[in-house]
Design a protein around this ligand. Structure first.
Ligand code: HAS
Ligand code: CU
Length: 567
């Protein structure tokens, strides 16, 4: 019908919904599977380097002399450990997980599958480009690459390409979301799709900071185009990115805890509206808090640090909501499974399923990780633990447990689903998640204590430190016990993954992606499915919390810090 022929006042009909075909599913699964493979390979190397560091700290074994000439220094190993685990494992896993799940909950193919292919290609090229200088010991600047330490230019170029690739993963999801929205006006976006898309938008806003740091300061500096750099400005731009980065790691776990995990234990989503609100709050509060990493930096007035501290307490709030509502969703499941009493129902949760158990154990570790985070954020208390071993204690409970153990547990249904092969062994998978749990408990307890009581510094080759004290021995031994558990656990994880992929054991029944249904079938209010207020709020808060300081820093930008290689 031509436009002229349409009667006045007629509403244009939405486009006919496109639904998933088996061919679409094959494409999605292939992209997702490739992402997961890169993620797991990165973790296997990254985790191994972590064990070497822990052994060095405890003086049990300094393995670095034996690693010549592959790994030349402790700091090179530490850089690879952070870059492979915290950046590569997480980012590739998340991109694979969302590419898998978003089209499925929309029951709609990716709008532009080529975008997701391009994204994966760019991310991989970026990873290899950044990895080469790291492996050649030309970029041992740790995963935060603070200037004036200066890496080979290809390290920064590789990181940039990796980040651009991950943006394109987001664009592929946004276009799919938009196409679905046009076909389904008035419907609420499914929770898993909405929360995953919010996570990708959060990542988009977050990475603007580090993109500015790399493009306008670090690449020009490493090419000799500017005489020096402004360290304070660079650190500020880095932490604009660095804090929301931690929610980019956490929120995919929350997508699973809210939207999938209850279904793995016969539960229902206690409150879908609250779950949506949580993700919107993360979008608003994740970025304007970066100064809580810079309490000790001179040059930032206290009032700004204080404002960021208050906003950090704001971003702690959605996690508190999560603690209560996710547990309520699980309790519904446990009671449906015959659970009784105030606490006895916990025993009836689906502990026999490694995918469920792993996520529940990750949640328990996150209680301690989260409490530690709120302690870090408290301005004055931060002075007691900043730059000490307390900090690696904190982040092994968060990114190392809440995120990593959850992703491992997701892999226990996702990899069988992608390969069509039965999980190689359920019992060893259960042993894997429990050993990770106990390993991290011991390890992080030891590191927290070393930092708090003895102020043992982080990011230091402690085995060589002249001030190494025998007073540290009990905690160091506790950390080695943790490492022992973690080494067993990691070995089990990789073995189970490889064997699941290569041994084609037939599935007893087809694996389905778990999707939790809401307890209350009423659709969520429209305002919890509407982008503009939240997106504008997020942008406004970033401008208010960073604008004045960045304006001041940029207008008096001294470019005197000459780049150096300290390794
Ligand atoms: Fe953090 C440093 C503050 C969360 C990661 N953090 C780091 C670093 C990393 C990191 C990697 O304010 C080091 C960076 C570097 O290299 O320098 N962090 C916080 C705060 C939170 C927080 C306030 N962090 C995270 C998450 C991370 C992460 C999440 C990764 C995924 N962090 C800081 C600060 C520093 C810092 C300072 C700088 C320190 C310094 O001086 O250098 C909050 O988001 C935490 C809120 C969380 C909670 C917990 C909720 C609990 C839940 C589980 C419930 C489970 C139950 C069990 C009830 C309030 C949701 C149920 C059981 C059954 C059986 C049913
Ligand atoms: Cu932070």
């Amino acid at each position: 019908m031509s436009v002229q022929a349409m009667p006045a006042g007629a509403v244009k009909a939405p486009p006919v919904p496109v639904t998933l075909t088996s061919k679409d599913l094959k494409t999605i699964d292939r992209i997702s599977g490739l992402n997961i493979i890169v993620a797991i390979v990165a973790l296997s190397v990254g985790a191994l380097l972590g064990v070497f560091q822990g052994l060095e700290h405890s003086k049990v074994l300094d393995i670095y002399p034996f690693l010549q000439p592959v790994i030349k220094t402790y700091y090179q190993g530490l850089t690879l450990h952070g870059a492979l685990n915290a950046i590569t494992w997480t980012t590739f896993f998340i991109c694979g997980f969302f590419t898998f799940s978003v089209p499925r909950v929309f029951n709609r193919p990716l709008r532009y599958p080529w975008m997701s292919w391009l994204a994966f290609g760019l991310m991989t090229v970026g990873l290899v480009t950044a990895a080469v200088p790291m492996l050649l010991n030309n970029a041992s600047v740790l995963y935060t690459f603070y200037p004036p330490m200066l890496a080979d230019v290809w390290f920064y170029v590789g990181l940039t390409v990796l980040v651009i690739g991950s943006w394109i993963v987001g664009y592929s999801i946004y276009f799919t979301y938009y196409a679905w929205r046009k076909e389904h006006p008035g419907e609420r976006a499914p929770f898993i799709a909405l929360s995953s898309t919010i996570t990708m938008v959060l990542w988009q806003i977050a990475t603007l900071g580090v993109a500015a740091e790399i493009l306008f300061q670090l690449i020009p500096l490493s090419l000799g185009l500017i005489p020096g750099t402004d360290v304070l400005l660079d650190r500020t731009l880095f932490w604009w990115f660095g804090h929301p980065l931690v929610y980019f790691w956490l929120l995919p776990a929350y997508v699973s805890w809210y939207g999938m995990m209850p279904a793995q234990t016969n539960g229902k989503m206690f409150s879908e509206p609250l779950a949506r609100l949580v993700f919107w709050l993360f979008l608003i509060f994740s970025t304007p808090v970066g100064f809580h990493h810079q309490y000790a930096d001179p040059g930032i007035p206290q009032v700004w640090k204080f404002i960021h501290m208050l906003l950090t307490m704001g971003v702690g709030f959605p996690s508190l909501i999560t603690a209560f509502t996710v547990v309520a969703s699980l309790e519904i499941g446990a009671r449906a499974r015959g659970g009784r009493g105030y606490l006895a129902w916990i025993g009836r949760l689906n502990w026999g399923d490694p995918s469920y158990a792993g996520q529940n154990l990750a949640m328990i570790l996150f209680i301690f990780g989260g409490i530690g985070g709120l302690i870090n954020a408290s301005y004055t208390v931060n002075m007691a633990m900043h730059n000490t071993m307390w900090v690696p204690g904190h982040f092994h409970l968060t990114v190392g447990s809440a995120t990593t153990l959850t992703f491992m547990a997701i892999a226990y249904w996702l990899v069988p689903k992608l390969t069509g092969h039965k999980l190689f062994t359920k019992w060893l998978a259960l042993a894997q998640v429990w050993t990770w749990f106990f390993g991290m408990l011991f390890f992080s307890n030891a590191y927290h204590t070393l930092g708090l009581i003895f102020s043992v510094p982080r990011r230091t080759m402690l085995g060589q430190a002249p001030y190494y004290s025998t007073q540290w021995t009990p905690q160091m031994m506790e950390s080695v016990l943790g490492l022992l558990f973690l080494s067993i656990s990691a070995t089990l994880f990789f073995a189970i993954m490889i064997l699941t992929v290569v041994v084609p054991r037939k599935l007893d029944k087809p694996v389905e992606m778990p999707v939790a249904v809401p307890l209350d079938p009423k659709p969520s209010p429209k305002w919890l499915d509407t982008w503009w207020p939240w997106l504008n709020g997020a942008i406004a808060l970033v401008i208010l919390s960073y604008g004045p300081m960045l304006f001041q820093m940029i207008s008096n930008m001294p470019l005197w810090a000459r780049g150096m290689s300290v390794w």
